[in-house]
Design a protein around this ligand. Structure first.
Ligand code: HEM
Length: 518
């Protein structure tokens, strides 16, 4: 009997072993048949992680130069591809939009975007669809944005007054601070009904706390955190990143809880003041017949809007100021256009912005050279697919390298040269700032995940620049020459200048214009 049991066990073991070997061999042959895109050789366990430095967008660009327009890399346990090619980008974002429109569940997104319950970092699915629809139908409609135009005019005037006050005292201007304040105030006024910096500010301590949390949040979201790629790293976490994520998560949540409570309190008191975004969100029905949206959903949306709108526009504006001050010829041409379109007896208003074609070229050139999102927000494939004959596995992380797209020598001449004129159209028609049909520039992306705030983003950028160039002449401080202005970058979810831009402003309009308030 024992012999029979042994015999059956041996038979079963042999059967299972041969089955496993067959499956393993079959998988190997399948993978060979399904050829991955070319890419650099990989280390065991780490894959290509050790080949990435401080500026991964530049490392990925070099890989595209060496291996071609579509490159496969392995980041620890994660499959990834990168590209700088307009045709492949079109394939990913338009032709195969459904396959590539998801997002990876990174640890930062789990901790800092309410378990990926927002819009920007949520995986593709009904939840993302619903949250995005709320943004598009209730927050970012033309009508709603129009209703905040007087606040934007106020903030544009505060920007000018701030710079004017510093310029009159002879102080050099820290443009990072000034432009960050402009973006933050515009966004928080629409979103929270508060201005955090300036005359009607909500209190210095709260403003400082708010800026501090926001900066930490951006930094953590931009991090290529090894714990996402190497599971064992999470156990070690030598730099305490996950601990920092949990700490910021708690502080952000407390902050948003307070904002929601303040809005509820105002509503209870029947306060008649105008509706901001939080009031709108509090008035909307929730999922599955619930009377109201969950607080967690409201917090995730507030968080998204602040993160998506402030840093992108402020970073773009700082780059534009840096490149223009570095190139006085361009500053002169911008001011000539402003003097023709606007004149010198009034300030720029939003309706002027469509007529400032040269300034629009400047912004397009900035998006070519210094796109706010060097990898957009990384996408992820929902299933296996094929691009250009190459096999792309399910859950592949996609790094669309917009920085390298703008410097791709196959599609642009003199890639390192700041030359806005290259975007002027032969028939003199209006220059569009978002991407064109050719996919050679992609500041706001395309397809399902494209930026829903692009019109507002373009307005914030053009307005700040038009006002600053119309109202002031600009030069570098401390006897520096324009060409000395440093244009090196640091990597992050957005890609700012490495060092804050400091410059000297000289008023160029009549003094009474700087006092006017809307
Ligand atoms: C100059 C300003 C801006 C730039 C350059 C910019 C750029 C971008 C980029 C590159 C993406 C990622 C697209 C992708 O992954 O394919 C994005 C997504 C997004 N942006 Fe913007 N953005 C700007 C302003 C704004 C503003 C003002 C708002 C809202 C008030 C906004 C809201 C969003 C949201 C919610 C997403 C996530 C979309 C999704 O995943 O479905 N952005 N933006």
């Amino acid at each position: 009997m024992i012999d029979l049991v042994n015999f059956i066990s041996i038979l079963l073991c042999s059967f299972l072993t041969s089955k496993i070997i067959t499956l393993w061999l079959k998988k190997g042959t399948q993978e060979q048949a399904q050829k991955l895109p070319p890419g650099p050789p990989r280390w065991p366990i780490f894959g290509n992680l050790l080949q990435l430095g401080q500026l991964p967008h530049r490392d990925f660009a070099s890989l595209c130069e060496k291996y071609g327009p579509l490159v496969y890399i392995r980041l620890g346990k994660v499959d990834a591809i990168t590209t700088n090619d307009p045709d492949i980008i079109r394939e990913i974002l338009l032709q195969q939009d459904e396959v590539f429109a998801s997002r990876p569940r990174t640890l930062a997104a789990i901790h800092l975007a309410y378990d990926c319950g927002d819009v920007a970092l949520a995986p593709l699915g009904p939840k993302w669809k619903r949250m995005r629809r709320i943004c598009m139908e209730h927050l970012l409609t033309t009508k709603r944005l129009e209703s905040f135009s007087s606040h934007r005019a106020d903030e544009a005037q505060h920007l000018v007054q701030d710079v004017w006050t510093m310029a009159r005292k002879g102080d050099a201007i820290n443009l990072r601070e000034v432009l960050g304040t402009f973006s933050m105030n515009n966004v928080t006024r629409m979103l929270l009904g508060k201005q955090y910096f300036g005359a009607e500010s909500s209190g210095r301590q709260e403003a400082i706390e708010f800026m501090h949390i926001t900066h930490e949040l951006f930094w953590l979201l931009g991090l290529i955190y090894l714990g996402d790629y190497l599971p064992f790293w999470r156990w070690v976490d030598p730099y305490g990143c996950e601990k920092k994520m949990r700490d910021v998560e708690k502080r952000v949540d407390d902050f948003h809880a307070k904002i929601i409570e303040e809005h509820r309190e105002r509503k209870r008191k029947d306060d008649e003041s105008e509706m901001d975004f939080v009031d709108v969100l509090l008035s909307l029905p929730g999922e599955d017949g619930k009377k109201q949206m969950d607080d967690k959903e409201i917090k995730a949306l507030i968080q998204d809007m602040i993160a998506a709108a402030t840093d992108t526009s402020a970073v773009t504006n700082e780059w534009a100021m840096a490149e223009v001050i570095k190139h006085p010829r361009v500053l002169y041409k911008i001011q000539q256009e402003l003097d023709t379109v606007v004149g010198s007896s009034r300030m720029v208003v939003e309706s002027d912005l469509t007529h400032l074609n040269y300034l629009r070229c400047v912004v397009r050139e900035i998006f070519r050279m210094h796109p706010a999102g060097p990898f957009l927000i990384p996408h992820e494939s929902t299933r296996a697919t094929v691009i250009n004959g190459y096999y792309i596995p399910k859950k592949t992380r996609v790094f669309i390298n917009t920085h390298a797209l703008g410097r791709n020598t196959k599609i642009w001449d003199d890639v390192g040269e700041f030359r806005p004129e290259r975007h002027l159209l032969a028939d003199g028609s209006r220059v569009e700032i978002s991407h064109g049909a050719d996919f050679k520039i992609l500041p706001f992306s395309a397809g399902k995940r494209k930026c829903p705030g692009a019109p507002l983003g373009v307005t914030l950028v053009l307005m700040a620049l038009a006002r600053l160039f119309h109202c002031f002449d600009w030069s570098p401080p401390d006897g520096l020459k324009p060409e000395d202005i440093d244009t090196s970058e640091v990597y992050g979810m957005t890609m700012p200048k490495a060092n804050p831009l400091i410059a000297v402003a000289k008023p160029r309009l009549a003094a009474h214009l700087y006092h006017w308030l809307h």
